[in-house]
Design a protein around this ligand. Structure first.
Ligand SMILES: [Zn+2]
Length: 325
C-alpha cells in the first residue's frame, strides 16, 4: 500500500471511531463555498391558529430544520439554499398548530450529516424522531448510533429538482441495512415516475412511505395513471404507507388547496391504517407558500371522523417510528 493511501485509510478509521462515539458526523467537505443567499419563498411566520384541534400526541411526520447555516452548514453539493428555519421556529410553529410530536426529515441539503436532526431529537424529551439520508459512506456503527439517537428511517429522493434518481446499487444496499434495524424507507417521487417503480416497490425488503401523496397533479384527476398506481399499491402491498402531505404540491388551484382533498379522501378510504400526516414546514421549493394553520384545517376534510384522524395522526406514526406512549 502506498504511503498516502495508508494515511487516508488511517484518517478514515479515526473518523469512523469518532462517528461511532457520537453517532453523527459532518458530510464530506462541509466547508461551504456556495453563497448562502436563500432561493425560493420564505416560510410564512404568522402561523394561523387552526380551527381543527389535533388529538393529543399527534405527530407531524414530515418537517425539516434548516440550520441556522452558521451552526449546521449545508452541504456544498446541495441543489438549493433554504431560508434558515431553526429549532426555536420549529417548536413555535408546532405549538401554534397544536401538534405535540414530530419526525424531522433531514433534507437532501444535509447529505449524510445528521447532526441538526440528532441534536433536536436529543433536546425533545422523546417527542421527536428522525429520518436521514444514508449511503455506503455511513458505517454500521454509525447506523446503530443513529438508531440509538432516535432515527427510524432513511429517505431517498427520485425527483428531478433534487438531482434525480440515486445510484440504485447504493439504494439496494442501503435499504437492506435499514431493514436490519427495523427502519422504513421514505421515497420522494415525481408522479409520472411512479408506474415505472411499481416492481421495485413491490420487492422492497422493508416498509416504505411515499411522500406527498405521490405528488400527483390535481388537475389530472382521480383517474390518472400515477394515482391509480398509488391507490393500488396502498391497497395491495402491506409495506406501503402514503404521507398525507404536500397538499400545496398536489393542488393545481392554489391556496387553500381544496382540490387536493379528493385525493386524500380516496387514500383514506383505501387504507387509513397505513397513512401518516406531515406539514412539510418550512416548505422548501414550493410555488405558493402555505400557512401551516390552513394545512392543519385540511385534516378533517381528508378524514372526517375522529377515530380515523387519530389513526393517521397518532396510531400509525407511533407504530412506524416507535414512539414511546
Ligand atoms: Zn419536505
Amino acid at each position: 500500500m502506498k504511503r498516502r493511501e495508508a494515511l487516508t485509510r488511517m484518517a478514515g478509521a479515526v473518523g469512523a471511531t469518532l462517528a461511532a462515539a457520537t453517532g453523527v458526523r459532518a458530510a464530506d467537505g462541509a466547508d461551504d463555498a456556495k453563497k448562502l443567499t436563500p432561493s425560493g419563498l420564505a416560510p410564512d411566520r404568522n402561523t394561523k391558529t387552526p380551527g381543527f384541534k389535533a388529538p393529543p400526541g399527534s405527530i407531524d411526520t414530515h418537517c425539516h430544520i434548516f440550520g441556522p447555516a452558521a451552526r449546521y452548514p449545508y452541504s456544498p453539493k446541495r441543489s438549493y439554499t433554504p431560508f434558515d428555519a431553526g429549532l426555536d421556529d420549529f417548536r413555535e410553529v408546532h405549538a401554534r398548530m397544536g401538534i405535540e410530536r414530530a419526525v424531522i426529515v433531514n433534507p437532501s441539503l444535509y447529505d449524510i450529516d445528521a447532526r441538526v436532526a440528532v441534536d433536536a431529537i436529543a433536546a425533545s424529551g422523546g417527542r421527536y424522531r428522525g429520518v436521514v439520508n444514508i449511503d455506503d459512506r455511513v458505517s454500521d456503527a454509525e447506523l446503530n448510533a443513529l438508531h440509538k439517537a432516535g432515527i427510524r428511517g432513511c429517505r431517498f429522493n427520485f425527483v428531478k429538482h433534487l438531482g434525480g434518481f440515486p445510484d440504485m446499487a447504493v439504494f439496494d444496499r442501503s435499504v437492506k441495512r435499514a431493514a436490519r434495524l427495523g427502519w422504513h424507507v421514505v421515497l420522494h417521487f415525481d408522479a409520472k415516475d411512479l408506474p415505472d417503480f411499481y416492481p421495485l416497490l413491490d420487492g422492497l425488503p422493508l416498509p416504505y412511505i411515499i411522500d406527498h401523496m405521490g405528488r400527483v397533479p390535481a388537475k389530472d384527476g382521480l383517474e390518472q395513471k400515477p394515482f391509480k398506481i398509488l391507490v393500488d399499491l396502498l391497497q395491495r402491498d402491506k409495506k406501503c404507507y402514503v404521507k398525507l402531505s404536500g397538499a400545496d404540491r398536489v393542488s393545481s388551484t392554489g391556496t387553500p388547496f381544496h382540490d387536493a382533498v379528493p385525493f386524500a379522501r380516496r387514500l383514506v378510504e383505501t387504507a387509513a391504517d397505513r397513512l401518516v400526516w406531515g406539514s412539510d414546514w418550512p416548505h422548501p421549493n414550493v410555488k405558493a407558500m402555505p400557512n401551516d394553520g390552513d394545512l392543519v384545517d385540511l385534516i378533517p376534510m381528508f378524514a372526517p371522523d375522529a377515530q380515523t384522524q387519530k389513526q393517521i395522526l397518532v396510531d400509525n406514526p407511533m407504530r412506524l417510528y416507535q414512539f414511546e406512549a
